[in-house]
Design a protein around this ligand. Structure first.
Ligand SMILES: [Zn+2]
Length: 152
């Protein structure tokens, strides 16, 4: 086991997709800060130079629209919980926008699913967005309907 594998076992807060996004950004030359508590929702990854926040979201827990990972049974149990998560995400995005931060949501299926983006595509798409003027953007796996800005 390498040292970094040991480390990732220790820090359960750092999910595997998030670690992959971080190492991809780092390899592309971007510098960032982690889990900034002074921003709404304590965003995972913050790039002050680009006034940008990158959030890695689990498709199930955060209700990725059009993604095959939504719950299919026990809906009366799951739906209120997932609805609350979704409402919290939308509220945090609104607060971040009010503070003039840009937001990139990277869904888990873009990182770990049969339809995930290649490492090159992930790196290219993140770089393009960071260097653009786009306020909000989302990246999902190839099987998920592309969802752009939700407006507002
Ligand atoms: Zn998804």
């Amino acid at each position: 086991m390498t040292r970094s594998e040991t480390m990732s076992k220790v820090r359960s807060k750092d999910t595997k997709p998030e670690v992959l996004v971080r190492s991809t950004l780092h390899a592309a030359g971007f510098r960032f800060r982690l889990h900034r508590r002074d921003l709404p929702g304590t965003p995972d990854i913050v790039l002050p130079k680009y006034r940008a926040v990158v959030e890695v979201r689990g498709c199930f827990w955060h209700g990725h629209p059009g993604c095959g990972r939504a719950p299919k049974s026990n809906l009366e149990f799951w739906e209120p919980k997932l609805k609350r998560n979704r409402a919290r995400d939308i509220e945090n995005e609104r607060l971040l926008k009010d503070l003039e931060w840009r937001i990139l949501v990277i869904w888990e299926c873009a990182i770990s699913s049969p339809k995930r983006l290649s490492p090159q595509d992930l790196s290219r798409k993140m770089s393009q967005w960071l260097q653009s003027d786009l306020a909000a953007h989302e990246l999902g796996g190839d099987d998920c309907r592309a969802v752009g800005s939700r407006g507002g």
